[in-house]
Design a protein around this ligand. Structure first.
Ligand SMILES: [Zn+2]
Length: 109
């Protein structure tokens, strides 16, 4: 059991997210409080979050589109089973990186 710093309730360790920074490797606040804080932070910093996402999107648009196209084609061919999706994502990532390294233009309209 561990006491949440925010709501002061004693809860089992499973009710706390992991942390690399604390001695017991768990967050100081419970999952419920953490999510509430996170939602509040996003509400307050909404514009900042949006800007961050837009910047990320702009920087990674080519990759995102290339992956989506590959993924879409494979799904249309019925190749993608749920259990293969995660593996496919990794392979698509590697493929995009390889193409980029080789200086090959990505299949973008
Ligand atoms: Zn709490």
């Amino acid at each position: 059991m561990k006491t949440c710093k925010s709501c002061k309730k004693a809860k089992p360790e499973s009710e706390f997210y992991r942390s690399r920074r604390t001695a017991d490797r768990l967050q100081g606040v419970c999952k419920v409080c953490w999510r509430a804080r996170d939602a509040e932070w996003k509400r307050v910093h909404h514009a900042q979050c949006l800007e961050h996402y837009r910047k990320y999107r702009r920087a990674h648009l080519a990759d995102m589109r290339a992956k989506d196209r590959i993924y879409y084609r494979m799904r249309r061919l019925g190749i993608i089973e749920a259990k293969w999706r995660e593996q496919f994502r990794r392979e698509a990532d590697a493929l995009v990186a390889k193409l980029k390294k080789a200086g090959i233009a990505l299949p973008i309209p």
